[in-house]
Write a protein that binds this ligand. Structure first.
Ligand code: FES
Length: 106
């Protein structure tokens, strides 16, 4: 179990409880966090679950895999700590994780 803080582009925070093993994307969808579209349902093929991981957390979360990297490469909103939230699995170590939402999901 982990608490995850989603911060909208306008600064509004949504702190949600997420079960281990689910994706960060599913945690957002389950709690109606706005700004995560997740059009492909978590198949790493749409990039509309884009989040920017807080710099303090990127070392724990880790960097994208090859397929995720190729999806992020096509996203003009990409930042240095961008991840696709469907590719991040919740685990105890992520308790307190902070992710920011981009202005637009593309
Ligand atoms: Fe489509 Fe994450 S939900 S890439």
């Amino acid at each position: 179990m982990a608490k995850i803080n989603f911060i909208e582009h306008n600064g509004k925070e949504h702190i949600v409880d997420a079960e281990n093993g689910m994706s960060v994307m599913n945690a957002a969808i389950d709690h109606l966090v706005p700004g995560i579209d997740a059009d492909c349902g978590g198949e790493c093929s749409c990039a509309t679950c884009h989040v920017i991981v807080d710099a303090k957390w990127i070392g724990v979360v880790g960097r994208p895999g090859e397929q995720e990297e190729s999806m992020l490469d096509m996203n003009p909103e990409r930042e240095v700590n961008s991840r696709l939230s469907c590719q991040i699995r919740v685990r105890d170590e992520l308790d307190g994780l902070v992710v920011k939402l981009p202005q637009f999901q593309i």
